[in-house]
Write a protein that binds this ligand. Structure first.
Ligand SMILES: CC(C)(COP(=O)(O)OP(=O)(O)OC[C@H]1O[C@@H](n2cnc3c(N)ncnc32)[C@H](O)[C@@H]1OP(=O)(O)O)[C@@H](O)C(=O)NCCC(=O)NCCS
Length: 145
């Protein structure tokens, strides 16, 4: 039988795993604080963290996926979608009506994934990334169809 995937908010026991999965410029202190604030979701499979999702809130109000990452050997197994669904359910319960996300303009795969799971393109910031690469923004409605 395939190992079950458990999706949940990260806790302090996950700190080292979260540091390993997040961007190298993120300090342990910031990650620790974000865990406390329930702004990091993880997917665990057979005791291993295989998925990571970090949230920010634009103007401290509007939910935005700052980073979603599934370990390479576990992609296309539904883990990204499972973390997204978990986040959407939490946000809906809190009364949010939209979720934002983004992707570098030169990364076509994550853009295709966002569209596939229901995001629509809603904006662009030119030159915000290293090398002058732009960032494409996406929005997904959380209203039930
Ligand atoms: C983008 C990412 C998070 C997707 O996670 P994943 O676990 O591989 O995706 P899932 O298996 O949950 O895919 C959900 C659906 O999207 C589809 N999908 C997956 N990757 C896709 C892609 N690159 N393009 C189009 N569709 C894709 C799947 O087939 C699946 O479709 P279905 O549910 O209709 O059968 C993962 O590929 C990743 O970590 N990429 C590197 C990091 C990254 O680029 N993050 C995004 C920018 S912050």
């Amino acid at each position: 039988m395939a190992d079950q995937i458990e999706v949940r908010f990260a806790n302090q026991v996950d700190l080292d795993g979260c540091i390993a999965l997040d961007h190298p410029t993120m300090s342990a202190e910031v990650i620790k604080r974000k865990i406390e604030q329930r702004e990091i979701i993880v997917a665990e499979k057979a005791g291993r963290l295989v998925g990571y999702l970090r949230i920010e809130y634009l103007w401290s109000i509007v939910p935005y996926i700052a980073l979603i990452w599934v370990v390479e050997d576990q992609r296309r197994e539904g883990i990204g979608r499972a973390m997204l669904r978990y986040l959407e359910n939490v946000l809906r319960e809190q009364g949010h009506t939209a979720l934002y996300s983004s992707s570098q303009a030169n990364e076509l795969e994550p853009q295709a994934w966002h569209r596939h799971v229901g995001f629509e393109e809603c904006g662009f910031i030119a030159g915000i990334n290293e090398g002058g690469i732009g960032e494409i923004f996406f929005r997904k409605s959380l209203r039930r169809q």
